[in-house]
Write a protein that binds this ligand. Structure first.
Ligand code: SF4
Length: 301
């Protein structure tokens, strides 16, 4: 039996579903029941009501699945697959800020740990951040965390003055304006799509700044045949698979998130066999972390 066949057989035995993020290894995406961005995957986790969810993505995403699906056993195949940006917003530091600035609304990108979510007012994703921030009263003081690039791009687009937590995604931060200029010169007919976690100077040079879900929709619907993609390279696998007649070029081949790539087929096989490592959250933490996610879903159903 191949590894894939063994995983499939264990998956049936456990009555499990496998969810994988767009940035995971191609072979992980190929065995998944559903591939998507963090919000799509969490929604899927909440909807599918499977007794066992194998979450192939970084830890905060698996935590979000557990927050939204407390009845399911959520397995995270590699406990070392974390997100450095999520870890840049330490929950104690956020709680301390909150104490000092009781009038400031704290908006957290969903890329935060469950512990940090307990200390914030509202969550957002890269796909809905613009709508969500635009819906907040202009006079309201806001702290945006943990991604200063996403926050600065939102400030520029919406003419807001949110205070920005000094965090960033080390993977997207690696993309420089000169990479965009060089890629445009090499592929003059291609549209440049970048993720809003990129530096504002990069976003200004791009044709569009979109979440991964937004990029996939855009390339599917666009009449253009060539695209330069400025986000984690794992998404190119799905883009090419879904659009075999279009061409996709990575903006910079070194844009690889080492944490997303940590999850291997062996990890998935072993976690289904041994039913570990499991995501466990104390119920009070789970409930408190769910509140800002619920507010987001209520504001933008
Ligand atoms: S790509 Fe960036 S934000 Fe996403 S998991 Fe990796 S480090 Fe975190």
């Amino acid at each position: 039996m191949t590894l894939e066949e063994e995983i499939e057989s264990l998956k049936q035995q456990r009555n499990a579903v496998i969810l994988a993020h767009n940035y995971t290894r191609p072979e992980i995406q190929d065995i998944a029941d559903f591939v998507g961005d963090s919000l799509e995957l969490s929604r899927k986790a909440a909807e599918c009501r499977a007794p066992v969810i194998v979450f192939c993505g970084v830890r905060f995403m698996a935590e979000t699945a557990k927050i939204l699906s407390p009845e399911s056993t959520v397995l995270h195949p590699n406990p070392y697959s974390g997100c450095p940006m999520a870890d840049m917003a330490d929950p104690d530091a956020v709680a301390e800020y909150r104490e000092k600035h009781p009038d400031t609304l704290i908006v957290a990108y969903v890329n935060t740990t469950a512990a940090t979510k307990t200390a914030v007012d509202l969550c957002c994703t890269s796909g809905n951040a613009e709508k969500l921030i635009a819906s907040l009263p202009p006079e309201r003081k806001i702290l945006f965390l943990p991604d200063a690039n996403l926050g600065a791009n939102l400030n520029a687009k919406l003419n807001r003055h949110m205070e920005l937590w000094p965090g960033c995604c080390p993977t997207h931060n690696r993309i420089m304006p000169e990479h965009v200029l060089a890629a445009k010169e090499k592929h003059p007919d291609a549209l440049v799509l970048v993720h809003p976690e990129c530096l504002p100077a990069v976003v200004r040079l791009a044709d569009r700044a979109l979440s991964t879900g937004g990029m996939l929709k855009f390339v599917r619907e666009s009449a253009c045949r060539e695209f330069i993609i400025g986000t984690e390279c794992g998404i190119l696998h799905r883009m090419q698979k879904e659009n075999p007649d279009k061409a996709f070029y990575p903006l910079e081949p070194a844009v690889v998130c080492p944490n997303m790539k940590k999850i291997t087929l062996e990890d998935v096989l072993f976690c289904l066999r041994d039913m570990t490592p499991e995501i466990e959250l104390p119920e009070d933490v789970r409930r408190a972390a769910k509140a800002p996610i619920d507010r987001m879903l209520k504001a933008l159903p």
